[in-house]
Design a protein around this ligand. Structure first.
Ligand code: ATP
Ligand code: MG
Length: 139
């Protein structure tokens, strides 16, 4: 399945604002199949581990605080060219630079609170899917 899956999560502020439904609709309309989905709340340790690649960045502590501040929705998405196509659908990290019609343009509040995460490579997609889901939880 390498290259055909990506991992996404809907971040706390977007969940709090009630954007789960509209974001899932955009994902569906873009042709992705949701093969696993769960609602959960990250501990600080889990948030640190998930974003460990950014550990040295000045925004790391705030990011961990934010990502563990409320429930999130985690999911595995299937499609040909899943990683690249999903990055296109979510748009730029900074919502002010995100293209019209992207998820972040519509639902992000700020660079930090930018509505959704999307894996940045096929390798990281596999690592991130395994972080959240066992084999039994994928259909
Ligand atoms: P994600 O990994 O969440 O899909 P991304 O790949 O577009 O986002 P990254 O560079 O991986 O962007 O940054 C991870 C997350 O860290 C961003 O989505 C955002 O929430 C936060 N972040 C990135 N840059 C900044 C910044 N300059 N200030 C505050 N938060 C930031
Ligand atoms: Mg990233």
């Amino acid at each position: 399945m390498s290259g055909k899956i990506t991992f996404s999560l809907i971040k706390p502020y977007a969940v709090k604002m009630g954007y789960i439904g509209p974001i899932l609709a955009m994902i569906h309309e873009a042709g992705f199949r949701i093969s696993a989905i769960t609602s959960t709340k990250l501990s600080k340790e889990q948030a640190e581990s998930f974003y460990t690649i950014h550990k040295s960045k000045p925004f790391f502590d705030d990011l961990v605080e934010f990502m563990s501040s409320g429930p999130i929705v985690a999911m595995i998405l299937e499609k040909e060219n899943a990683v690249e196509d999903f990055r296109e659908l979510i748009g730029h990290t900074d919502p002010e630079k995100a293209e019209n019609g992207t998820i972040r343009k519509k639902y992000a509040k700020s660079v930090q609170s930018n509505a959704v995460h999307g894996s940045d490579s096929a390798e990281n997609a596999i690592i991130e899917c395994d972080f959240f889901f066992s084999k039994k939880e994928r259909y």
